[in-house]
Design a protein around this ligand. Structure first.
Ligand code: SAM
Ligand code: SF4
Length: 339
């Protein structure tokens, strides 16, 4: 075991310490991004969702078991009713020092309302997903979203003191022509930027996955036509690799689940809004934690179930777009586990 890692931690069968929990607090969303959802989604009945109190118990159990970073996601996490109550209550783990970071991934639509509250709860950095700076294209890709609202949300977040990272899904024929515009906008606004390869998650109606896929190796090559890229050794235990652009000094991340494998250093697990634990984004296998959570008010039942689930964490995913077919496809949508 690595002596640099503070004990105790959850350790999986491949000796990876689990320090990072991503929690989807709702499967609902006020957008319908074409690569994420079909236009007509059937959402879970509210009774199936963990209550805010149950989410608190669940997350607190993970914190006791060594999780140091908690990311709240969805669906759109900020559309869940009373979600600020949950953020505030997680803030106590920051105060105690057990949790090092509380963060959120959002589409930005509700940030104007909640940025100040997020900061007050102890959130310092957020990820905002944004694939285009063109108002019409934004409406097209999100189906229901409005760009000005999101831009106002980003401004509110920055005014509240939150550091914003933009997440952009690289989409062939859609935002290829905005590569420099997005990069320069983030540089001017002092926001980090991460590009994500589109992953085969869930039924998205008539949209064509292979047609959407823009390999980040190609994106990177195009970026280097204008900028000097230096690889950074910085890793977060996650899928992102980073470069620095000499001309702007900004950091750019690449999340490349398809063209590059990153599983050997994976430190994370995911909980859905119904209390399922997915120990790998790219595998169907999961375990139920809602049953053990509801079975007893004694947290040892839940903690034993968490340990048992971690003991089943697979070595890695099998996503594959080679041979012009979509391999390793997942039946669930990204909004189920929150990305
Ligand atoms: N609604 C929030 C948002 O959009 O940021 C949080 C949930 S969303 C599922 C989390 C991330 O997953 C977003 O950055 C989104 O762009 C990304 N995403 C959704 N579907 C994807 C797919 N099929 N492949 C790659 N990324 C995807
Ligand atoms: Fe909603 Fe986020 Fe999925 Fe877009 S990517 S539909 S904003 S959950």
């Amino acid at each position: 075991m690595d002596t640099a890692i503070p004990a105790p931690a959850l350790i999986d069968p491949f000796a990876r310490a689990i320090r990072y929990l991503r929690v989807s607090v709702t499967d609902r969303c006020d957008f319908r991004c074409v690569y994420c959802m079909s236009e007509n989604m059937t959402f879970l009945p509210k009774k199936d969702l963990l209550t805010l109190e149950e989410l608190d118990r669940m997350c607190s159990a993970f914190v006791r078991l060594g999780v140091e970073k908690l990311r709240i996601t969805g669906g759109e996490p900020l559309v869940r009713r009373d979600i600020m109550t949950f953020f505030r209550s997680m803030g106590r783990h920051l105060d105690s020092g057990a949790l090092k970071e509380l963060t959120v991934t959002t589409n930005g639509s509700q940030l104007e309302r909640f940025a100040t509250d997020l900061f007050a709860a102890g959130v310092r950095r957020i990820n905002v997903s944004l694939d285009t700076l063109d108002e019409q294209k934004f409406a097209d890709i999100t189906r229901w979203g409005r760009l000005p609202q999101v831009l106002r949300g980003i401004e509110a977040a920055r005014n509240a003191g939150l550091r914003v990272k933009i997440n952009t899904v690289a989409l062939k024929g859609f935002n290829e022509d905005e590569l420099f515009r997005l990069t320069e906008w983030c540089a001017a606004e002092d926001m980090d930027l991460t590009f994500i390869e589109v992953m085969p998650m869930g039924d998205i109606g008539n949209e064509d996955r292979l047609g959407q896929y823009w390999a980040l190796s190609d994106l990177r090559a195009r970026l280097s036509e204008r900028f000097t890229l230096t690889d950074l050794s910085e890793r977060t235990g996650g899928p992102a690799r980073y470069v620095q652009l000499a001309q702007t000094g900004q950091k750019i991340g690449f999340i490349t689940p398809l063209s590059h494998n990153f599983c050997e250093s994976c430190n994370r697990v995911r909980i859905t809004c119904t209390g399922e634990i997915y120990t790998c984004l790219g595998q169907e296998g999961h375990s139920d934690l809602r049953g053990p959570l509801r079975a007893s008010t004694d947290n040892t039942v839940l903690e034993d179930a968490i340990r048992a689930a971690i003991a089943l964490k697979p070595k890695g995913h099998d996503f594959d777009y080679s041979r012009q077919a979509v391999g390793g496809k997942m039946s669930r949508h990204m909004s189920h586990t929150g990305g």
